[in-house]
Design a protein around this ligand. Structure first.
Ligand SMILES: O=c1[nH]c(=O)c2[nH]c(=O)[nH]c2[nH]1
Length: 305
């Protein structure tokens, strides 16, 4: 008989909005998120024997997400995800793991006449702040935080040369090119035992997000980039120093190409090399560069030898 080797289920795409009203200051703050919550545990018989007695209905999981948002802070998202996941393993003895993903959408406070508006917001980009938490009875709480969809471009300060040249190579070496990417940067926190330990990290979650974002932008802008790989590694290095509670940093960066266009066919127009001004942005194919960089401290500590 075949057996179920892995199973998880739950509710995805649960959209939640929460407002915080500071009536004294007359200022409101909003959070909009999309939540996914998938449970694991002693649930195999629901697949193999139609045994629904082990199933917490996905509709109930959705309801729990709303109630948890009402009764608890929804920020930082690392805390909300941990509270939500802990609820399921504490409430149901046969549920051993909750996998919670929270995508927090960007609502930036509007500036009107140079002043922050008390209750109006603008979605100024598709950038989101993501958290994936695995809350496990046996293994504690593992959290990965991320910045996704932060789109950047620099018009110079990027080179790419010295790469393998053989019978498959057509790409010319360049000492000055456009560099553009959609940043997907994540950082994994050292696994903690329980919700109390997550509570202790609360001030660090927002700080880490800000550090990771600032480091990414500053290095992107200021590094004389030799390659996406090398600039990415410098970002990882700096984040690991800035946030010592982080064990690893992961980047996934598409290389969004902008091709030079030879316009010499028209009246001998010069539009390549140092004369290039008009380029053709490419929608694909694109390079895709990724890495995971582990903190030296964590690497040595985690080595049982
Ligand atoms: O920064 C880069 N890394 C590569 O690996 C690569 N490959 C390529 O064609 N262009 C680039 N650019």
């Amino acid at each position: 008989m075949p057996y179920v080797s892995a199973a998880r289920y739950g509710k995805d795409n649960v959209r939640v909005y929460k407002v915080h009203r500071d009536t004294e200051a007359g200022v409101q703050t909003v959070t909009e998120m999309t939540v996914c919550c998938l449970l694991e545990g002693e649930i195999d018989t629901s697949y193999t024997e139609a045994d629904n007695s082990v199933v917490v209905a996905t509709d109930s999981i959705k309801n729990t997400i709303y109630i948890t948002a009402k009764e608890n802070p929804v920020t930082p998202p690392e805390l909300f995800a941990s509270i939500l996941g802990s609820h399921f393993i504490e409430k149901y003895a046969h549920i051993h793991v909750a996998n919670v993903k929270v995508v927090t959408h960007r609502w930036a406070r509007m500036e009107i006449d140079g002043k922050p508006h008390p209750h109006s917001f603008i979605k100024d980009s598709d950038e989101v702040r993501n958290v994936e938490a695995r809350i496990s009875r046996k293994d504690g709480i593992a959290i990965k935080s991320a910045i996704v969809g932060l789109t950047v471009l620099k018009s110079t300060g990027s080179a790419f040369h010295g790469f393998v040249r053989d019978e498959y190579t057509t790409l010319p070496e360049t000492w000055d090119r456009i560099l553009s990417t959609d940043v997907d940067a994540s950082w994994k926190w050292k696994t903690v035992e329980n919700l109390e330990a997550v509570q202790a990290l609360v001030p660090k979650f927002d700080e880490a997000w800000k550090s990771a974002r600032d480091i990414t932008l500053k290095l992107f802008a200021e590094d004389e980039s030799a390659s996406v790989q090398n600039t990415m590694y410098k970002m990882c290095e700096e984040i690991l120093v800035a946030v010592p509670d982080v064990a690893t940093v992961i980047y996934e960066l598409p290389n969004k190409h902008y091709f030079e266009i030879d316009l010499s066919w028209h009246k001998g127009l010069k539009n390549t090399g140092k004369d290039a001004e008009v380029y053709a942005p490419q929608s694909g194919p694109n390079g895709l560069i990724s890495s995971e960089t582990i903190s030296a401290a964590y690497f040595w500590h985690s080595d049982p030898a």
